[in-house]
Design a protein around this ligand. Structure first.
Ligand SMILES: [Zn+2]
Length: 342
């Protein structure tokens, strides 16, 4: 008896599935760059490119740039527009997931409630377009493509800001509207500095990239680190978190201390998350996570000190395995997953 023959009840549907039945675009929009990939239905990347792009230019200019990058990629690959069946987009701001709209994005003024999906559907009418926060997208990429993964996992991104993607029972948990995991504004010091959110002592204000850079500048100017001062003078610009990592790798003790203090603060925030959520894995990603072993070991120590023993019994804390590729793979799977679910 063939698959398509009736056994009574609903007729089985024959699905013609092949990797080349359609294609997906994954788009990872950062504050100052765009990463774009074209993938097949297995999630395999056929072509990839990136470009400088500034979210402050606003959505019409930036999204036009992305669309022309997409069209030239399709031309190069000789793939017709109507073969694009899904587009997954990660953005650095809070997203209402059901509509794909950015809501009060702090670093993306001008993007508030801009219809990103519709903008892409004007060109790619056959595509399901999905938009999500960049950290959720990175967590998804790691969950689907990473080497280290777990059913209950927290992905922490430490970059210009600090945020978390939550994996619950093997799926991204977005909360009621879409902004679950906004851990950057958990207070780690009630006498701490003012945060851009209006509160004081938020972990983002004390341990993200700009805070690390500010501490390094202070150490250089106060004469506590000759290496940082030399870097600043040689490079003729303000120091960055990357410079601090470089100085620490060369043995600069004040830089190592800044990284250890950063890890301690992030660990303090994470211990609350661990006690609350009991994950079996925490993955640390984002630009600041390229700061070497000191950061990871300080985070681990701080979490172990402050969490309940039962919460940390089977807990692993690691750097994410896909490193900078988590976002682009996550964007591909965001598009891919929703082709078959909508
Ligand atoms: Zn804050």
């Amino acid at each position: 008896m063939g698959e398509d023959q009736s056994r009574g009840g609903r007729r089985a549907r024959l699905v013609n599935f092949s990797a080349q039945a359609g294609y997906i675009f994954g788009v990872d929009i950062g504050a100052t760059s765009v990463d774009l990939a074209l993938a097949d239905f297995t999630g395999g990347i056929l072509s990839r490119t990136d470009a400088a792009a500034n979210v402050l230019d606003g959505p019409p200019i930036l999204l036009d740039q992305v669309k022309s990058m997409m069209l030239s990629m399709l031309e190069e690959q000789s793939i017709p527009i109507e073969k694009i069946r899904g587009i997954g987009i990660g953005v650095p701001g809070p997203v209402e997931f059901s509509t794909g709209l950015l809501i009060s994005p702090p670093i993306m003024p001008g993007w508030e409630a801009f219809p990103i999906r519709e903008t892409f559907n004007e060109v790619f009418a056959q595509a399901v377009v999905m938009v999500d926060n960049d950290v959720n997208v990175m967590a998804l990429g790691e969950l689907r493509r990473g080497k280290i993964k777990a059913e209950n996992c927290i992905f922490i991104k430490i970059g210009t800001g600090i945020g978390a993607g939550i994996v619950c029972k093997g799926k991204i948990y977005r909360g009621n509207i879409g902004c679950a995991g906004d851990v950057g504004h958990i207070c780690v010091d009630y006498n701490g500095p003012l945060c851009h959110c209006g509160n004081v002592g938020c972990v983002e204000a004390m341990a993200a990239g700009p805070a690390i850079a500010a501490k390094a500048m202070q150490a250089a100017k106060e004469g506590r680190s000759a290496m940082l001062l030399e870097m600043m003078n040689q490079r003729g610009r303000d120091l960055t978190a990357r410079d601090v990592a470089e100085a620490a790798a060369k043995g600069d003790r004040p830089s190592t201390a800044i990284i250890q203090e950063t890890g301690k603060l992030i660990g303090a925030m994470l211990s609350s998350v661990v006690n609350f959520y009991n994950p079996s894995l925490i993955l640390i990603g984002g630009g600041v996570s390229n700061s070497g072993y000191y950061l990871l070991s300080s985070i681990r120590r701080s979490v172990l000190q402050r969490s309940l023993p039962l919460s940390t019994q089977d807990l692993r804390i690691e750097y994410n395995s896909l490193r900078g590729d988590a976002g682009i793979y996550g964007a591909i799977y965001l598009g891919l997953d929703h082709i078959f679910s909508t």
